[in-house]
Design a protein around this ligand. Structure first.
Ligand code: SF4
Ligand code: SF4
Length: 295
């Protein structure tokens, strides 16, 4: 089983459009949306959910108001300012914890003299296994302000591997997270190859170098594609020269094409929308990546 991960040094480079196109062109792959902080593959692939489950990570504290003696120890101990005072209908002072501010450290629960604080696992979101017009999609939804998205990425990748194994599918296409943080590391460790999508701008070049260093650190062979390359051909050439100098491969270029937006509006991928322009470029990119995966 092979895993092709598509990532970018920053958001908005066109990574997801390319990942969705690859899913369509592959036809028989499992696709995993590991950009869990801003999941959007489902907008184009129109999944029908077949399985779903909860994702829990970390802890949150809750005060049982009926058992609280109002001593205020928890509010004094909490370094995160998560405990607030409140007054009950009878005028008695009690305390409550703001779940968004609570870091789940457990200190208040440990020192509450009334043992009135429960420390529970935090519900952070959901995962889904869905059917789409181009095979199974494993995706997730992270609750607002929920953390540990790297752990959810690992869960999505594990599920994708299970789905691939059960269905006898040889390829997993992963839409990875942008940037260089924990979700990206969770997206690409152990992958067969990574395609880094960048754009011909100064920030694109800078962010590419940072994410390429992450791929190098984890010894994942990296290919690079410059999206909207014709907006700045000089910068595209500079980026490609850097890519070669750093021992990575240039996978191809995708031109700027208004049809990409038109395809998104129609909830289609660019390769379903047209065989010309950017649609043709992405097809060529897919053929190149297919060659890389068979080496
Ligand atoms: S430490 Fe316990 S008893 Fe004291 S205010 Fe907090 S929850 Fe209530
Ligand atoms: S668990 Fe930690 S962060 Fe949360 S309210 Fe208690 S002391 Fe504050």
């Amino acid at each position: 089983m092979k895993e092709l991960v598509i990532i970018s040094g920053k958001g908005g480079t066109g990574k997801t459009s390319i990942a969705a196109s690859f899913a369509v062109l592959a036809g028989n792959a499992v696709t995993a949306d590991c950009d869990v902080d801003a999941a959007d593959l489902h907008l184009v692939l129109a999944p029908q959910v077949q399985q779903r489950g909860g994702f829990r990570s970390g802890h949150e504290a809750r005060i049982r108001t009926e058992d609280c003696g109002g001593c205020g120890v928890c509010a004094r101990l909490c370094r995160f300012g998560a405990v607030g005072q409140q007054q009950g209908p009878d005028g008695a002072v009690t305390y409550a914890i703001d779940p968004l501010a609570c870091e789940g450290c457990g200190l208040c629960a440990r020192y509450c003299p009334q043992q009135a604080i429960d420390l529970k696992e935090r519900d952070c979101g959901e995962w889904f296994v869905s059917e789409t017009r181009c095979g199974p999609l494993v995706h997730a939804s992270l609750d607002a302000a929920a953390e540990n998205s790297g752990k959810l990425v690992s869960l999505v990748r594990d599920k994708a591997r299970t789905v691939a194994k059960e269905g006898g599918r040889e390829l997993i296409i992963v839409d990875g997270a942008p940037g260089i943080g924990c979700p990206v590391i969770a997206s690409l460790t152990g992958a067969t190859a990574v395609l880094i999508v960048t754009e011909p701008t100064v920030s694109g070049a800078h962010d590419l170098e940072r994410v390429a260093a992450v791929a190098r650190h984890f010894a994942v062979p990296a290919w690079v594609c410059v999206n909207k390359w014709d907006l700045n051909p000089g910068m595209t050439e500079q980026i490609e020269a850097t890519v070669r100098r750093q021992g990575m491969q240039v996978a191809g270029r995708v031109r700027y094409d208004r049809d990409v937006t038109a395809a998104q509006v129609a909830a289609r991928t660019i390769v379903e929308f047209t065989v010309n322009g950017a649609g043709g470029d992405v097809r060529a990119l897919w053929l190149e990546m297919g060659r890389c995966l068979t080496v």
